[in-house]
Design a protein around this ligand. Structure first.
Ligand code: CUA
Length: 321
């Protein structure tokens, strides 16, 4: 399941391509974007050809010759002015109509769209489902059904970008933005962050797993029967904790979690605290409450984004370090 993201991390822009210019059209509205692109491309080709041919011809026709005569200056030509105003106007209106039709389709989600809550933060994506299931780092959707993302950021501006669906929408702190798509068939795509958001911006990826409707329902209802510490380890990566915390004692933006559990932690202001279950839970939900000596108070809160079960799994994992 992590394959797509692993691949994308290894080779930037691992995207399925099935035409010369553009990635494959994996959503039902991708063709609108490609039509607009192709119209603009071909209009450009045609006018480029006309201009280059005329240029070469005039260079030849008006080359320097011994018997050159300077002609009379050309006067005003109303017919010519009308021609060069009306043709570009028609071309532009054509582009506008193509673009506007696609824009309407892409910006208005169908009424029966399935809603998924998206939370962006430095540097991870978390997806919340109507039944309360929380999926960090992996967006699961059914094929053949419109899905609408209701998105918000907890810190800076991010951008939800899936090249194969031809959608890109800013995700903004303090407000909701939304975007919708309908995946054509089961498969995997990569979600990118397309707004520079800090040092790990280029690693802010998630995999999109498109299931058949039956498989999606099964995934939605399934529990995870791995041992808690193993689930916690997976969550640790998917929630993006690795951006700031190592588990092998190496220094990073945040304190390492190796050997933390059960030991004394020095806090800012000289106090000390024993790292027990309550301390870890509090550090996840209200990170500013107890800040470790020597580190800036920059950790974001995961309140409302991690379920209690996921917090318990993380605690179980941290105990093993
Ligand atoms: Cu988030 Cu770039």
């Amino acid at each position: 399941m992590d394959n797509v993201v692993e691949k994308a991390r290894g080779q930037i822009g691992h995207i399925d391509v099935d035409s010369f210019w553009l990635p494959k059209q994996a959503s039902t509205s991708a063709h609108h974007v490609d039509l607009g692109w192709n119209v603009a491309l071909w209009v450009t080709y045609v006018f480029l050809a006309i201009v280059v041919v005329a240029m070469v011809y005039f260079v030849w026709k008006y080359r320097h010759r011994k018997d050159n005569v300077i002609g009379k200056p050309t006067g005003h030509s109303t017919a010519l002015e009308i021609v060069w105003s009306v043709i570009p106007l028609a071309v532009l209106m054509g582009c506008f109509i193509v673009g506007f039709r696609g824009y309407l389709e892409i910006s208005v989600a169908p009424k029966d769209a399935y809603e998924i809550q998206v939370t962006a933060k430095k540097w991870s994506w978390t997806f919340g489902y109507p039944n309360g299931k929380i999926s960090p780092g992996e967006l699961h959707v059914p094929a053949g059904r419109p899905v609408r993302m209701v998105m918000s950021s907890v810190d800076v501006i991010h951008s939800f970008f899936v090249p194969e669906y031809r959608i890109k929408q800013d995700v903004i702190p303090g407000m909701y933005t939304s975007v919708w798509f309908e995946a054509r068939e089961p498969g995997e795509q990569v979600l990118f962050c397309a707004e520079f958001c800090g040092t790990d911006h280029s690693n802010m990826l998630a995999s999109i797993i498109v299931h058949s409707p039956e498989d999606f329902q099964e995934w939605l209802e399934a529990g995870d029967d791995r041992p808690p510490a193993e689930r916690g380890e997976a969550s640790f990566v998917k929630f993006g904790c690795t951006a700031c915390h190592t588990v092998d004692g190496k220094p990073a933006a945040g304190p390492t979690l190796q050997g933390v559990f059960g030991n004394e932690v020095p806090l800012r202001g000289g106090e000390k605290v024993i790292a027990d279950e309550n301390y870890i839970r509090e550090s996840i939900l209200v990170p500013a409450a107890k800040v470790v000596e020597g580190f800036p108070p920059i950790m974001p809160s995961y309140q409302g984004q991690m379920s209690d079960d996921q917090i318990n799994d993380l605690i179980a994992y941290i105990k093993t370090l």
